[in-house]
Design a protein around this ligand. Structure first.
Ligand code: FAD
Length: 425
């Protein structure tokens, strides 16, 4: 890993090497820019030793085994972003040998009124989805149990799940192969100095990191939930957060075989307390097992994940969010998830389970702020606010952010207004 070359000037710096930052850096490097991607690395895996998660001031929302990946979506812009990302996931995997997508298909379970809008995306993008009753799904996948009366739609592969860590690794590798510099360090301040871009001379952005200070002509802030850390033009953006608890379940190879063909699933029901999302078993690639599964051979370890939407959004400081990341989540919410799992997969035979915490970042429009921020110098932009769907759309969102920095025209398929940044009043 190269160090920051103190005093060096780059054309563009991307701050935050997460799902959006890594994708944007790849697009910028592919366009021939001199790019530096700088971001805090992941702390040691919780439970990999007797020690607690390393205490650091910023964390990422991609420390996870899988996220639901699909194109069908009731919102046409999100469906477009998902569709636009499909080929890019495949292209980056081919370029780097790092595959993020687990193409197991996606199942959406809802009322008939909830399924109807999903059919639009199916038609528009010729996805060849299949609509089936809950009873038909239970016949095909006897391990699943849904309340009668639900309607479903199944999107075929490459829908399924995306490994968010693999996505970041693949995009970063592709960016570096295209000439980007990647530095793992904490950024403490981002400050424009000198005149605006429109002056044509003199201005720069100073980026101060734990590994030294460098300058860039332009900076993209892709700092996820941690826009409030340090000194940054993104401080004060109109953002809310959901503090998530997820349930992870360890399975052995025999149980995974019994669950063969399981897609990723989103379930929505009359009582929203029953709503959930699930990603099917994936190999446990963590270098060291958690305490619950130390006796299981690594080749025989798989992780199924269950979570639920959390609509109780809060305003929070970076320090408060960091404190949440150091917890195992909310025990009461974890108990609710355990109940959902029992009803959905009765008789599941797991060999261990644990919970984790995570944070999603929300904007008023429901779409990331992809816009210029700060003092009007035209030097600092942001791609912040994943709104809970940015994993499956990260390549396309990174493309929009890169396009902004490259002064490209905004694509006509996407309403620019939805992505304009706003500061909290
Ligand atoms: C529980 C949960 C479930 C989800 N499920 C899904 C799903 O099923 N499908 C889906 O599409 N999306 C899902 N998401 C959303 C998705 O994971 C996020 O939208 C996505 O990770 C956001 O990407 P990002 O690049 O904005 O942020 P991140 O991936 O968090 O990246 C931000 C990066 O910036 C770094 N950083 C921040 N500040 C600094 C600093 N000062 N210096 C250096 N580095 C810094 C962080 O360390 C991090 O690496 C889920 C999120 C959560 C929490």
């Amino acid at each position: 890993m190269p160090a920051v070359s103190a005093g060096r000037d780059h054309e563009i710096a991307v701050v935050g090497a997460g799902m959006l930052g890594a994708s944007a850096a790849r697009h910028l490097a592919d366009a021939g820019c001199d790019v530096i991607l700088v971001g805090q690395g992941e702390p040691a895996e919780r439970g990999s030793s007797e020690e607690e998660l390393v205490s650091q001031p910023v964390y990422a929302s991609h420390y996870d085994v899988a996220r639901v990946s699909r194109t069908i979506d009731p919102d046409p812009t999100r469906a477009w972003l998902g569709h636009r990302s499909v080929d890019q996931f495949a292209d980056v995997a081919a370029r780097t040998g790092i595959t993020a997508i687990n193409p197991v298909g996606h199942l959406w379970v809802d009322s008939t009124a909830g399924i109807d809008p999903l059919v639009d995306a199916d038609r528009r993008y010729s996805l060849d989805c299949q609509r089936r009753t809950a009873a038909e799904v239970s016949n095909a996948m006897p391990y699943l149990s849904f309340s009668d009366g639900s309607d479903t739609i199944w999107e075929p592969p490459p829908a399924g799940s995306v490994d968010p860590r693999a996505h970041v690794a693949a995009e970063t590798a592709a960016a570096v192969a295209a000439g980007a510099v990647h530095v793992e360090t904490l950024v403490g301040s981002v400050a424009p100095v000198g005149g605006p871009v429109s002056d044509g001379v003199g201005g720069r952005v100073e980026v101060a990191t734990d590994a030294g200070t460098f300058t860039a002509d332009r900076v993209l802030l892709a700092t996820g939930a941690f826009s409030g850390h340090g000194t940054s033009p993104a401080a004060g953006l109109d953002l809310e957060y959901a503090l998530h608890t997820q349930l992870l379940v360890h399975l052995d190879a025999e149980e995974v075989e019994r669950l063969a063909g399981m897609p990723s699933i989103i379930g929505k029901f009359v009582d929203p307390a029953d709503d959930f999302y699930l990603t099917p078993p994936v190999s446990d690639r963590r270098p060291t097992a958690d305490r619950a599964s130390r006796n299981i051979s690594p080749a025989d370890r798989f992780i199924l994940k269950l979570g639920a939407p959390q609509d109780d959004h809060v305003r929070a400081t970076a320090d408060e969010l960091a404190a949440w990341f150091r917890t195992d989540g909310d025990p009461a919410f974890a108990a609710r998830l355990a109940g959902i799992l029992e009803r959905l997969l009765p008789g599941l035979r797991d060999v261990g389970r644990w919970t984790t915490s995570c944070v999603t970042t929300y904007t008023p429009s429901g779409f990331p702020f992809i816009d210029w921020v700060g003092d009007g110098s035209g030097r600092v932009a942001c791609a912040i606010g994943g709104n809970g769907f940015a994993a499956k759309c990260a390549p396309a969102l990174g493309e929009l952010a890169a396009g902004l920095l490259l002064d490209r025209e905004w694509p006509t398929e996407v309403d620019r207004e939805l992505f304009l940044a706003r500061y909290a009043s």
